[in-house]
Structures are given as C-alpha cells and as structure tokens.
Ligand binder design. Structure first.
Ligand code: DCP
Ligand code: CA
Length: 670
C-alpha cells in the first residue's frame, strides 16, 4: 500500500516559474466534460476481479481468505485463488499435481445441471458424471451482475459515468465527465472563461500541491521525464480518477466481499494492461508520462485485441513479439506487411494510442446453452432431455434480463446439432404475440430438433446447443405485451418459423455472409469475427461452452456439404425401398413398423421411431399454426400477414423407410 507522494513535496516555485501555462487548452478541458475519445485528458479505468470464480466460491462457502482454493470443472482447474497460486498452481496443472503441490487445497466443483433436473445445483459427485451433467455458470453470472449493480450504484448515473461490462469479471469505466466535474469544483480557476474567449488558450498550470497519489502502484516514468517536472492537468485527472476507482473497489468489498484490481490510464488498452500489472487487490496508474516506458517492456501479444490471430500474424511478419522491437519498425513497413488500416492501427497502439469508446451497452446480445457429449448420445429421448435443460438454463437467464417484465426479448431460437464432421443449425422465430415462457421455448426447440431428426443422420450426436438471439428492447409503461407484436411477426407461429436458416455445414468454406467478412481488409477483418462470436458478452462467460463456441464459429465458417451429408440429403424413401427390396418379412433381424408398415432392420428401429416423432411434432405444430393463423385472420380480416410453411430440407424424408407413413399419433415427451 505504499505510494510515493513525490508530487506533494515537489518544490512549487522553481518549476512553476519555469512553465506557467499548462500544456492543455480550454477546449481540451471542455472535451473532457463530454468524454470525447480524442481528448488528451481522458481518464479510463479497467476493473478486474481477482481469481473471480474462486472468490465466488470462497464468499459463498464463507472460507477464510488465506485458505488455498481452486474451482474445478470436470478434471481441470479453471480458477485458482491467490493463496493457492503461492504454491505454484495455475490453470494448467492437473488435479493430481495440484493436490501434490498443495495438500490443503480446497477444490470446489462448479455447479451443474443434472440430466432431467429442473435447476442447477452444487452436486458432490458431479466431476464423475460428465456424461449426465452440464456445467452451470449461473452462480458466477449472478455475482457478476451484483458487482456491476454495485459499481453503477456507487457512481453517478450515465452519461456522467459510463460503465461497460467487458466480461463476466471485468468492466471499463469512462470517468472523464465525472472527473471533469470534480476538477472544476476543486480548481475554480478552470471554470473559465478562457482569456480573450479563445478556447485554444492554454490553461493555467495546476498547483503542485493538488496531487496526492494514493495509488498502490504508479508506473515508472519514461526515461525523458523526471519526477521533478511539474504535474499537469492530465496528472490531476488521473489522481481524481484513481480516487474514484479506489472508492468503487472499497464499495465492492464492503458490499459483497470481493477484491479486485484496477488500472487507470488515458484509454482502454492501457487501463487493461494496468489492472493486470499488480494483482491481487491493487490498482495501477499509468500516467501519460509513463506510457512509453510501461509499454516498451511488454510483449505486444498481451495488448487488447492482439492476443489472437492478429497477434500471431504480426509475430510471424516481424519475427518478434515485443513492443520494443516493433517500435523500431516504420509505419510504412507495418502497412506494407499487414495492410494500411491494421498497420496504422498497430503503429498507434504500441505507442499507447487507442481511441476506442467505453460503450455502456452492457446488454446481452445472445445466450447459449450447450453440451458436448462424450460418449455421443443416440436417442431422441436423451436429446430432448438435454433440450429441456438448455431451455431451463436460458430461460432463467432471460428472466434475469427482464423477459417477464417485457424489458427485453429475443426474437430467434437457434439449435445447433453436430454429428461427426457435420454441424446443422435450425432457427425459428419466437412468436411475439404471446408471453414468453419455458413451455413456448421448449416447444419451439423440440420442433427444431424434430427438423434435424426428420432429415436423418441425427445419431450419434456429439454436440447439441441452443441459443437465443436478436434481442429487442421491450415496452415499459402501459403498452404491455402488445408492444412486441411486430408487423409480419404475428403470423410466424412456432412450426412455421422453423425455416430458411436451416443449414448443413462442414468446416471448409464460409457461407456467403462470412465470406464477405473474410474478404474485408484491415482491422475489421480481425475484429469482426471476434465480436460476432463473443455474442456481445464475455466469451469466458460461456466458459464450459468454449469448445461449443468454436463449433458455432466453425458453423459460420467454411462449408461444403460432405459426401455423408449429401447422402442424407438425397436419401429418399424410394432409395431405401430399393435398398431393402428382396428381404424376407420373417427375417429376425427385421421388423415392420406398425405405424407405416415399413420394413426395417431392428437396429434401425430407434432412429425410425424418432423420425415418426419428429414428423408428428412437425405436423402438430403446423396444425397449431394453421389454427392460429385462421383465428387471427378471422379476428383481423385486414391483416396482411401470412403463414409460412416449414421449408426444412428434410421435409418428408424418413430414414430407412420402405413405405410412406400413414396415420399420425402424437407422442408425449417428458
Ligand atoms: N475462466 C475460465 N477459463 C479460462 C479463463 C477464465 O473458466 N481459460 C473463468 C474463471 C475465472 C474467470 O473466468 O475466474 C475470470 O478469468 P480471469 O482470466 O480474469 O482470471 P481470474 O479472475 O481467475 O484471475 P485473475 O486474478 O488473474 O484475474
Ligand atoms: Ca479476473
């Protein structure tokens, strides 16, 4: 907690005589009031929770702060508290090694949804049951939300302070406007007006006694700067921001018992590097005069947005991963090797220039619930049970998003299904004309699954996931649910919505929308995909779904229908009939389906029954849709909306069927 208090004791007279004017102008001060991204006085903070999941468990279980604890997910450790890190533990050690290195380690498994359960819970034996359990990050999301609410409560409302949730345990704060207000109160000389009413006039210098760096870590200055140099208003702004951040951190601890680390600097990129500089429970200020020195020691792959593919490309292009080396490269050469936009951006970023905005949009854009199956699952019954869990998982998150109060509501439900190398996705509109509940989502999801199954080749299934997307702001005040009724959407009831976005993918070539993005040049090429795949929220927030996200990314990327998928697509009842002709009816390896009189191999019975289920469900939903549409059209004859029939590729194509089915009987699902 020691902090150099150098500026307070600086000799006022000498330096202030040397430079009587600030380097900053009245105009630049005014820009601070509006949080202009180009303002050189700008102050941004990044707050990152220390060992977040581990702290959540410590707080939940009331474990003393000095006890080593790690959060376990199946056979791995995903969060390690600082006392455990003192034993050399990190995310890469195995559980066996961890216990060897730290015999007193408390290992807490993450909460899980147990197949068939209505709610997630902390199960003692979950780590042994990967096949029947699914990780739930709800406890951490809940804490994340409480922390965000505490931060927002503590700070003045937007637009005075802007808060951007950057991941499950990180936020950016733009404190510029707030700091500007405090500076004007503390230093009335800043209130102006500028001499000669000229905003380009320089400000008077701040009194040196104004500064008291109460920070835990103050990054060393650039070699050209000395501590004897008088502070300027950018230093004052940093001190004020640092006080605010200290207050926020104290409040989080007081209210919720979580510690966090913070960085304060002139932009997001520097603030983020700052919060990671000293951990846990510390804050670091990177004064403008210290930026170059601070950055030159870094590997540029640690910089925000340079951690992934772009960083790797730059390392390869310049055979170095250090900022120091890259600083030597002229901008023209950067542009030549990695493109004009990216080159210019990189040139600036390694010099500490980043004008990206703190975006207060903390709204979730999509929600995903997923499960990879090891071993793969083979029956519709099991798949439906998982779908039920996904729906419960997503719905509980929707409730927290305010779906019940109509604050926000997703428009689309998407199902992804993976079988071998083939990923299929189906989407449906969520009808806007009725209240959203779990049953509605479950019915739509089952309809989507039915589409997949009716196309055949559904099993063994290695991965299933469900997501909602296309969030719309709802209605506040007295408009009620009707506010969600959008022209055209009214007619899209459940089955009709299982529609055109049905896709079969194989990871080779991108679909048209993605191709366009890949062809984009410059920085967008790298960031566009990243942003899309993050679903507007933390990638880590879906931690257990990392691999699933990869698949979704894959699903949006390269595709060519593989031979197996083509076979499935061309797979007609006739083809099956031909394949199976000539077999004896009393062959014990065969059976005749009582519903459609098809002759099938006994081993095919499960899939065939599933197919009937899928067909039944699709037919029921279509009937329901017809009834709904007719009812709506009767009540509103002037309506222009029309019903859409299912257009899935697999329409009417049963696997292994000899004759077309007859009769339809609804199968009830658990
Ligand atoms: N997380 C995860 N798997 C990863 C990375 C992170 O499950 N590969 C989860 C667990 C972490 C949380 O996200 O607790 C936040 O990630 P951080 O990278 O911020 O790590 P911590 O908060 O655990 O530690 P630190 O104190 O270094 O920030
Ligand atoms: Ca963290």
């Amino acid at each position: 907690m020691s902090s150099p208090n150098f500026l307070e004791s600086s000799p006022v007279s000498l330096s202030s005589q040397r430079r009587r004017k600030s380097a900053f102008t009245y105009r630049q001060l005014a820009q601070l009031a509006t949080s202009a991204t180009s303002c050189p006085l700008r102050v941004i903070a990044h707050i990152d929770l220390d060992a977040f999941y581990a702290q959540c468990e410590m707080v939940r279980l009331d474990i003393p702060p000095d006890k080593p604890l790690a959060v376990q997910q199946w056979q791995g450790l995903i969060a390690i508290n600082y006392p455990a890190r003192a034993f050399g533990l990190n995310r890469h050690v195995t559980i066996t090694e961890a216990v060897k290195q730290c015999p007193d380690l408390i290992m807490q498994h993450v909460a899980t949804w147990k197949e068939g359960d209505e709610k997630w819970a902390y199960h003692e034996d979950s780590f042994k049951n990967m096949a029947t359990h699914k990780v739930s990050l709800d406890p951490y999301r809940l804490e994340s939300r409480r922390i965000l609410a505490t931060i927002k409560d503590h700070l003045p409302a937007a637009p005075v302070s802007k808060v951007e949730k950057a991941s499950i345990d990180e936020v950016f704060l733009d404190l510029s406007t707030h700091v500007h207000g405090i500076m004007l109160e503390r230093f009335p000389e800043l209130k102006g007006p500028p001499p000669y009413d000229d905003p380009t006039e320089q400000l008077p210098r701040p009194p040196t006694t104004a500064l008291e760096w109460q920070t835990d870590a103050l990054v060393d200055l650039d070699s050209t700067e000395t501590e004897d140099d008088d502070p300027d208003w950018d230093d004052v702004a940093m001190v004020v921001a640092s006080e605010i951040v200290r207050g926020v951190r104290a409040k989080i601890f007081e209210a919720l018992k979580y510690t966090c680390s913070a960085g304060v600097a002139r932009n997001k990129m520097l603030a983020k590097l700052g919060s990671a500089h000293k951990k846990p429970n510390q804050q670091t200020i990177i004064r403008n005069r210290a930026v170059h020195h601070f950055l030159s020691d870094f590997k540029f792959t640690k910089i925000r947005n340079l951690g992934g593919k772009l960083g790797d490309e730059i390392v390869a292009a310049f055979s170095t991963d250090t900022v120091k080396d890259l600083l030597e490269v002229p901008v023209e050469q950067l542009k030549k090797k990695i493109g004009d936009d990216t080159g210019t951006w990189l040139y600036n970023i390694i010099r500490g220039e980043d004008h990206s905005e703190v975006s207060p949009r903390t709204q979730i854009k999509s929600m995903l619930s997923a499960k990879s199956f090891r071993p793969s699952i083979n029956t519709l019954d099991t798949a439906v049970r998982w779908i039920r869990i996904f729906v419960a998982d997503i719905f509980s998150r929707l409730v927290e998003e305010g779906v019940l109060e109509n604050k926000r509501r997703p428009k689309t439900l998407n199902l992804y299904h993976r079988q071998g190398a083939q990923t299929r996705s189906k989407s449906a509109s969520i009808p806007m004309g009725r209240a959203m509940d779990e049953t509605l989502l479950f019915d739509i999801a089952k309809g989507l699954l039915a589409q997949v199954v009716s196309e055949g080749r559904a099993w063994p299934c290695a991965n299933l996931s469900l997501s909602v997307s296309g969030f719309e702001e709802g209605v506040t005040g007295n408009k009620g649910i009707g506010g969600f009724l959008l022209r055209g959407d009214e007619a899209k009831a459940i089955s009709a919505a299982v529609r055109e976005s049905s896709e079969v993918r194989n990871p080779e070539t991108p679909p048209p929308s993605k191709r366009r993005r890949v062809e984009e040049s410059g920085i967008q090429r790298f960031f566009g995909a990243r942003q899309e795949s993050s679903g507007g929220n933390s990638e880590r927030e879906e931690q257990q779904d990392f691999h699933m996200k990869d698949e979704i990314r894959e699903a949006h990327s390269p595709f060519d229908v593989p031979p197996s998928a083509q076979l499935a697509s061309d797979d007609t009842p006739k083809a099956h009939a031909e394949m199976q002709s000539g077999h004896s009816d009393d062959d014990p390896s065969r059976y005749t389906c009582s519903r459609c009189n098809s002759t099938l191999l006994v081993t095919e019975q499960g899939e065939h029954d599933d197919w009937h289920f899928a067909k039944d469900l699709a037919a029921d939903l279509a009937a329901e849709e017809r009834t709904n549409t007719a009812a709506r059209e009767q009540s509103r004859p002037s309506s222009t909306s029309s019903s859409t029939q299912p257009k899935g590729k697999g329409r009417g194509r049963p696997p292994n069927v000899v004759k077309a089915e007859k009769g339809q009987k609804k199968l009830q699902f658990g």
